[in-house]
Design a protein. Sequence first.
Length: 187
Amino acid sequence: MTERQHGEPRPADAIERHPGAPAPGSTIASHYRMCVGCGPDHPTGLHVTVVAGEGLTVAGTFTVTDDHQGAPGLAHGGMLSLAFDEVLGSLIWLIGKPAVTGHLETSYRRPVPVGTTLHIDAAVDRAEGRKIFMSATGRENAPDGPVSVAASAVFIVVPPTHFTDHGRPVAASELSEAAAKVAEVNP
Ligand SMILES: CCCCCCCCCCCC(=O)SCCNC(=O)CCNC(=O)[C@H](O)C(C)(C)COP(=O)(O)OP(=O)(O)OC[C@H]1O[C@@H](n2cnc3c(N)ncnc32)[C@H](O)[C@@H]1OP(=O)(O)O
């Protein structure tokens, strides 16, 4: 291997769709029923939904409700970041490796009123070692609507024990099948 010169960008590593990834067009199940991003049982969560796309892409939706306001009648920027973290994070189910958000940058282009459904397209751009670079755009009320928010992120691949080492012990029944598999939580 040739040595890199100072300042020369590191070459991208291969990153591929896992053979067991959800098929394009299929819904990616919520990883945990009480997740504030995607959990269907969270009373005030975002209830983000995500569908697997081709390659390393997903399409998510987030409908802004009164629970997500900052200014009266407008989505809070932190809630919008959360929606992007969730949709970008769901790309890990296509890769089949556990990873967590290291860095998330969000660019707010238009105010997002309560009642808006954001259509969030997200993709893996490249990988470097344990770092996975991703990006996403959120469009107002239609997949081809105006861009309200854009984001980029670096997720870092972690050992499967990351979640139970730092979180609480969990039963496989609390998680989606895919989450139990990547976190190696046995029934
Ligand atoms: C059971 C449920 C299952 C499934 C549950 C799934 C849940 C998904 C939820 C949605 C996603 C989230 O919100 S996740 C929650 C929010 N995020 C977190 O809590 C992460 C907290 N941070 C950490 O745990 C740690 O800092 C890590 C794991 C990110 C990195 O620590 P580390 O493992 O010691 O990594 P380290 O060796 O220092 O660095 C490895 C490489 O990554 C780079 N790197 C390290 N940190 C960063 C960073 N913040 N931003 C950019 N790059 C970084 C380094 O420069 C290095 O690059 P190089 O030198 O190799 O080039």
